[in-house]
Ligand binder design. Sequence first.
Ligand SMILES: Nc1ncnc2c1ncn2[C@@H]1O[C@H](COP(=O)(O)OP(=O)(O)OP(=O)(O)O)[C@@H](O)[C@H]1O
Ligand SMILES: [Mg+2]
Length: 278
Amino acid sequence: MTLELIESYDLARNFLDQTEDMADGLLVDVRNLSVRYSSGYALRDVSARFKKGRITALVGPSGCGKTSFLNCLNRMTDLIPGCEVSGRISIGGESVTDPSTDLQRLRRRVGMIFQRPNPFPLSIRQNIQLALREHGTTEQEQLETITQRVLTDVGLWGEVSGRLDGSARDLSGGQAQRLCLARALALEPELLLMDEPCSALDPIASEKVEQHIASLGEHYTVLIVTHNLGQAKRIADETIVFWVSEGAGRIVEQGRTEQIFDSPTEAVTADYVTGRAG
Ligand SMILES: Nc1ncnc2c1ncn2[C@@H]1O[C@H](COP(=O)(O)OP(=O)(O)OP(=O)(O)O)[C@@H](O)[C@H]1O
Ligand SMILES: [Mg+2]
């Protein structure tokens, strides 16, 4: 075969693979991902695939690369000096890792919730509407409708509808985290990344936020990092276990949550889920 023929064969093969994958409900495809900081590899040669409409828990001991993994999916790694990423990631068939990727569009498609709630120092209403405006929704009636819908979705409407112009800084930690969730939902992301979203909250607020995350499963695809294995069991359809081996984070096992907890394939997973390791 000539080089040209081989190249066009590869292109056609890739196209067919992608079409098959999308028909199969695949949303996120991570291949041979490595992340290196000046201190060394955080992740080495990690591959994983995630289907649409599922909640996946990312678990594993501290330092095994869970946050680094999430940060690659919306190119937050670009903001970390000295961080080098290699491998390929696509979301909904569109490349994330390609240098020409439009980052503003990517971050609309991929929302993120952090450990500490980070509402903007603005009013509750502005927290939701600012991002919508930035992304092109300018009609006030539409902005108000979306605001009410997303605040209702996270169980906040009843609590804040009378003070939408009050500062978001006056909310409790749990309310602030639900506002951040509502802000992310307003943009209708294809994928929602959450990095220990309940760990800075008291148990009651944590339970409330968890319930709202669990209810997202039908409509959204969620990747949630958690150290709370009970939480992973309660809300995740799938679980993926990270571990450090030979000096870098790796994926040990990915599967249905019941399988990971009740009949893990790998000894490391068994030790981790029973609390004997990690
Ligand atoms: N900005 C950075 N610069 C240098 N090294 C980093 C940086 N961020 C993370 N690392 C290192 O990369 C490795 C993986 O870190 P990462 O934060 O991804 O792990 P994690 O699984 O999220 O841990 P935790 O459960 O404690 O949040 C660790 O060894 C960490 O020290
Ligand atoms: Mg982390």
